[in-house]
Design a protein around this ligand. Structure first.
Ligand code: UT7
Length: 331
């Protein structure tokens, strides 16, 4: 079977307007602005406030604008792949809710859960539907309302995460651009270091799980940090090698935004110039599945057609990987 090329033809982000600063956090847990800045690079993050506001509401804003920007009619969208660890509900999938809220009558969708690697997994999955010729318009969303699963009495996690969303449109093209290759990895033994223990089939919600705060994110940061640096460098090297590319052939590196020190270690470990690495963690913190499309959205104007762009992520699972894209538009 001849595969088509799956081009990203548009990208759009959306973040809530409410800001949670390091100073605000100083009043909530024992921490300080200097520690947070120097250990993570984060200055502030966005929080989705308001009753009945969920992850799908952020995606509604992003996808509405994406449709407009790409000149896509709602009835043309065939599939929505939605990466998130903060679905509106355990069931049904947030992708279904999004299609309903937006009136995407000819689309179906499903959620994909790979924590901070969610967007690169979802992009790879979405691209397959284009490459095989099954669909002509696929939307891939990365969105998380992390504030709904963060314990704001736990300084090890509450300083890191924020809420945000990004989405891309995938379409077939005859040009050799788009999603070119993906190296995706997993290691389930990493679940001991980063997890939400309760609310699944192992520990269904009970008075005890609520009392033990087991519905919130738990993270043992140091081992995650080390594995993240090692994992992302390994995935990028494998990706470049099998595509016969050197680091000098790459115009942009878009890493998951978990910690500025991790981002710098990956760039330095690859001997990759830091000015070619997208960083907006200071503004949004770690928005889990949202970080990479939010970076793509903010750097979109600087990308040129034909640029080789590498996306890389590491997160809960453990899950990690790297994706090679040839940018499809821009002068
Ligand atoms: O995106 C998904 C994947 N996640 C990641 O990639 C995150 C990876 N991990 C990290 O980014 C870092 O490990 C953290 C930012 C979570 C923590 O930074 P760290 O440099 O690894 O700090 P640490 O956990 O080793 O703690 C160092 C010290 C400890 O004090 P002692 O034991 O040395 O006295 C902590 O208790 O800093 C203390 N500490 C804090 N102090 C002020 C921990 N959190 C805070 C805080 N404010 N918020």
């Amino acid at each position: 079977m001849t595969l088509l090329n799956a081009a990203i033809t548009g990208v759009q982000g959306w973040v809530p307007e409410d800001v949670l600063t390091n100073k605000d956090l100083e009043g909530m847990v024992e921490t300080n602005d200097e520690w947070i800045r120097s250990r993570t690079g984060i200055v502030e993050r966005r929080i989705l406030k308001g009753e009945n506001k969920a992850t799908s509401d952020m995606a509604v804003h992003a996808v509405e604008a994406l449709l407009k920007k790409t000149g896509t009619r709602k009835d043309e969208v065939e599939l929505v792949v939605f990466a998130t660890v903060t679905p509106d509900m355990v069931m049904p999938d947030t992708a279904n809710t999004l299609c309903d809220k937006l009136g995407l009558k000819n689309a179906y969708g499903f959620d994909l859960k790979a924590a901070c690697s969610g967007f690169i997994y979802a992009l790879t999955v979405g691209a397959q539907f284009i490459q095989t010729g099954m669909h002509k318009k696929v939307i891939v969303v990365g969105a998380d309302k992390m504030s709904s699963i963060i314990d704001y009495t736990d300084r090890a996690t509450c300083i890191i995460f924020g809420d945000g969303c990004g989405a891309v449109m995938l379409e077939p093209t005859e040009e050799a651009v788009g999603v070119r290759d993906s190296v995706l990895k997993g290691d389930g033994s990493g679940r001991q270091f980063l997890r939400i223990e309760a609310g699944g089939s192992l520990k269904p919600a009970s008075a005890e799980t609520v009392e033990n705060r087991s519905h919130f994110v738990f993270q043992d940061g140091r081992p995650v940090f080390k594995s993240a640096v090692r994992g992302m460098i390994g995935a990028i090297k494998e990706l470049l090698e099998r595509n016969n590319l050197s680091k000098d052939d790459i115009q942009w590196l878009i890493p998951h935004q978990a910690n500025k020190r991790i981002i710098n270690s990956v760039a330095d470990g690859m001997d990759f110039p830091r000015e070619k690495v997208t960083v907006n963690i200071h503004k949004y913190g770690n928005t889990t599945a949202g970080t990479i499309p939010l970076c793509m959205w903010e750097w979109e104007d600087r990308f040129k057609k034909g640029d080789n762009i590498v996306l890389t992520a590491f997160g809960g699972g453990f899950t990690w990987g790297a994706v090679l894209i040839k940018w499809a538009y821009g002068e």
